[in-house]
Design a protein around this ligand. Structure first.
Ligand code: TXA
Ligand code: MG
Length: 316
């Protein structure tokens, strides 16, 4: 199969209507999209990503009216979050209606739904009568793609089309919040910071990360991982300990000119760091280094989502 990279929304729409997969841009990361109500299309997603069936998918919609077709009810807390953060990088977990296939939810009674804000994604979704299932468009466990080129590098030959919407503005995945029970709980840190959410609905619990049977099944401890070994900590100390190796350094602000090095944001801007994170990890991973050494960024705003990804990338 030849993979076309194009900006043509109509072709993407036709392919999706025919049951084929298309990689699509969103403001967070590129998604591998297919008809979310069609089991054959959903199966193709799992196959192309090599993704285990226990890891459920997110449905993407362009209009809040579509929610009522997919979920039993929208609790008040969810309504407040929708009003504030949709379209945008927030995914809500709600009780599903029977129309949502078990393949989407890994057999659970809840479904994850979000409304992306990327204009291309919205325009595409508006041409479709069904929601799009779209996990990040990377092989399972690897670094998520934030450009059309990242997708092409890994899914070339496996899908007919990549819809090019430029580099992703946010750069880390959506925040996932479970609103299906009495108490909301954040299952994945992401593009909307917990502080922003708490301003709207008050204190919210955050799921412990790193358990082997997590409630958000995709939240395995080792995830978003480069192929090269990676250590996270104090860069200077780690460099001292690893003298004999060829090292690539992923730093927050400081430059390490004597090594292969990417600086997430020299001016210390967390949003810019998030936008650069996955691209730089990929570049270091494909350099001829033996080892990647990285440091955490300040734990504020998007910094928590960045550090979560860095910890998972270095967990082996
Ligand atoms: O930003 C994003 O959310 C991107 C873009 C493409 O929209 N998508 C994304 O999808 O990150 P994915 O498949 O890589 O991660 C989705 C995660 C799953 O791994 C799982 O942890 C969680 O969403 N999830 C899905 N359905 C769930 C459910 N019913 N209950 C709890 N967690 C769920
Ligand atoms: Mg993913």
């Amino acid at each position: 199969m030849k993979t076309i990279v194009s900006k043509d929304i109509i072709s993407a729409s036709e392919l999706l209507k025919s049951g084929a997969l298309v990689a699509i841009p969103t403001e967070t990361v590129y998604g591998l999209a297919g008809n979310g109500l069609n089991e054959e299309s959903i199966l193709k997603i799992f196959e192309a990503k090599n993704r285990p069936f226990f890891d459920p998918l997110i449905l993407h919609i362009a209009d809040t009216a579509q929610l009522n077709d997919l979920v039993e009810s929208v609790p008040d807390i969810a309504k407040k979050l929708i009003r504030e953060f949709w379209p945008g990088p927030l995914t809500l977990v709600l009780k599903k209606k029977p129309v949502v296939p078990d393949l989407i939810t890994s057999g659970m009674e809840t479904v994850a739904i979000r409304m992306p804000s990327h204009p291309t994604a919205i325009e595409l979704l508006k041409t479709l009568s069904f929601p799009l299932a779209a996990p990040s468009a990377n092989p399972f466990g690897y670094i998520s793609p934030t450009t059309a080129e990242h997708v092409l590098a890994q899914l070339s030959g496996k899908i007919p089309m990549i819809l090019d919407g430029g580099p992703c503005a946010v750069g880390v995945e959506s925040t996932i919040i479970d609103c299906s029970a009495d108490q909301p709980i954040i299952l994945r840190k992401g593009g909307i910071a917990a502080e922003q959410i708490e301003k709207i609905i008050g204190p919210v619990a955050v799921q412990d990360s790193g358990s082997s049977r997590p409630a958000a099944p995709g939240m395995l401890e080792s995830h978003y991982a480069p192929r090269k070994p990676m250590l996270l900590g104090d860069i200077d100390k780690l460099l001292d300990q690893q003298k004999s190796k060829k090292i690539a350094v992923l730093s927050f602000q400081k430059r390490y000119d004597e090594h292969i090095n990417r600086v997430l944001s020299e001016e210390g801007n967390i949003s810019i760091a998030a936008r650069n994170l996955f691209d730089y990890l990929r570049k270091l991973d494909s350099s001829d280094c033996d080892l990647i050494i990285a440091e955490e960024v300040p734990e504020r705003g998007l910094g928590k989502a960045i550090n979560d990804r860095l910890r998972r990338a270095s967990a082996k």
